[in-house]
Write a protein that binds this ligand. Structure first.
Ligand SMILES: *Cc1c(COP(=O)(O)O)cnc(C)c1O
Length: 365
């Protein structure tokens, strides 16, 4: 993804947004932030949106608010997919809760509802699902499980801005609360760090807002031990202009993905699971899977095609989470060995997509 190209493409609007903030003389918790929160809440179909400094903080504030609001103790367990970016797991630990890793489905790389059921204990209080690669997690099954067991369903929507579930609800409005990241490469990206929480729950929203601002109820009155994580005015102003193009960009991502799906054909490559509802993925990442992944990556690099791996090492095998190293999650581990992310960004041309497809199809067997 060429961020400079993307930024230049929106240069006049972005410059205008930055200038507006410069001229306002107000840089933290001001009108731009308020306006973005309102616009993003409306976009997601949610009542409330709270800006944060980044996605990890959005998750942490959301989970901490749940812990306080629902009186969870430090033994409380939260189920989370074993295959995700490290932040999802880290936020649970940072909130004083215990992550219970759950393996994912081999077809779509998303948390496997059947395995979620076997992770539930008397101490479980919540499931954090991740809409990984931009595809909505199996929400209907997860909701049924959550309701049957009295659990909260929370969303890590950092990769899925604008994805639509067949029910018509968008990512960010599919559970009790959701967290987003606006890291520059995300589908909705700032030119720096940023994040947000969305929810329909007024008490949860109020508490998140306090926690993100030193636990303040009013200036210099601190009800809770909070943190300092706020979406600054410049990033909010930039995000307001970028939000206007999100649907158009997601549609373009979907058309590139369709082209990849229709035209890539190789005996050593497995394509991502399509599903039946095309809008339930905004293709933050286009993953393909191959037992010859490393060889394929070198071959593509040799032909000037940059690829990435999401992710080479799962959280439970990271040195930072040694306490989980005895566990094994076969699907997660296989995905980490076989996944390769093809180029996919809103400025990609037909020609580029076709070149990539042809090169892949010629990968020597
Ligand atoms: C990017 C990302 C995050 C963290 O967002 P930051 O803004 O980088 O803190 C969390 N979860 C997932 C799935 C992500 O992709």
């Amino acid at each position: 993804m060429d961020l400079k190209k993307t930024t230049l493409n929106y240069q006049p609007a972005i410059s205008e947004a930055i200038r507006r903030v410069l001229d306002s003389g107000w840089y933290i918790l001001g009108e731009e932030g308020k306006a973005f929160e309102k616009e993003f809440a409306t976009y997601c179909g949610c009542r409330h949106c709270i800006g944060t400094g980044n996605g990890l903080d959005a998750l942490t504030v959301l989970l901490t608010a749940c812990r306080i609001l629902y009186h969870w103790d430090e033994m409380t367990q939260v189920i989370v997919p074993a295959h995700t970016f490290i932040a999802t797991v880290e936020s649970i630990v940072r909130s004083g809760l215990t992550p219970i890793l759950c393996d994912v489905d081999a077809d779509d790389s998303l948390i496997d509802p059947q395995q979620v059921e076997s992770c539930i204990s008397p101490r479980t209080r919540a499931i954090v699902c991740v809409h990984l690669y931009g595809k909505i997690a199996p929400i209907t099954s997860l909701n049924t499980i959550a309701q049957k067991n009295g659990l909260l369903l929370l969303e890590d929507a950092a990769q899925a801005h604008g994805a639509i579930h067949p029910s018509g609800n968008k990512a960010g409005h599919l559970g009790h609360g959701a967290a987003f990241s606006f890291y520059p490469t995300k589908n909705l990206g700032a030119l720096g760090d940023g994040g947000a929480i969305t929810t329909d729950n007024q008490s949860l929203a109020d508490l998140c807002r306090q926690l993100a601002n030193y636990g303040q109820t009013e200036k210099y009155h601190h009800l809770h031990k909070g943190m300092n994580t706020r979406l600054d005015e410049i990033q909010a102003a930039i995000l307001r202009t970028r939000l206007k193009s999100l649907d158009k960009e997601n549609t373009h991502r979907q058309s590139i993905a369709r082209q990849y799906m229709d035209c890539i054909s190789h005996p050593d490559i497995r394509m991502p699971y399509k599903g039946v509802f095309p809008q339930d993925s905004v293709w933050h990442i286009f993953p393909i899977y191959s037992p010859r992944r490393n060889e394929l990556q070198r071959y593509l690099a040799h032909h000037n095609i940059d690829t990435l791996i999401h992710y080479p090492v799962p959280p439970h095998l990271q040195p930072a989470f040694q306490e989980y190293s005895h566990l094994s999650f076969p699907c997660t581990e296989q995905i980490c060995q076989e996944e390769l992310s093809l180029p996919l960004n809103p400025l990609m041309t037909n020609q580029e997509t076709e070149y990539i497809i042809q090169t892949i199809n010629r990968f020597p067997c």
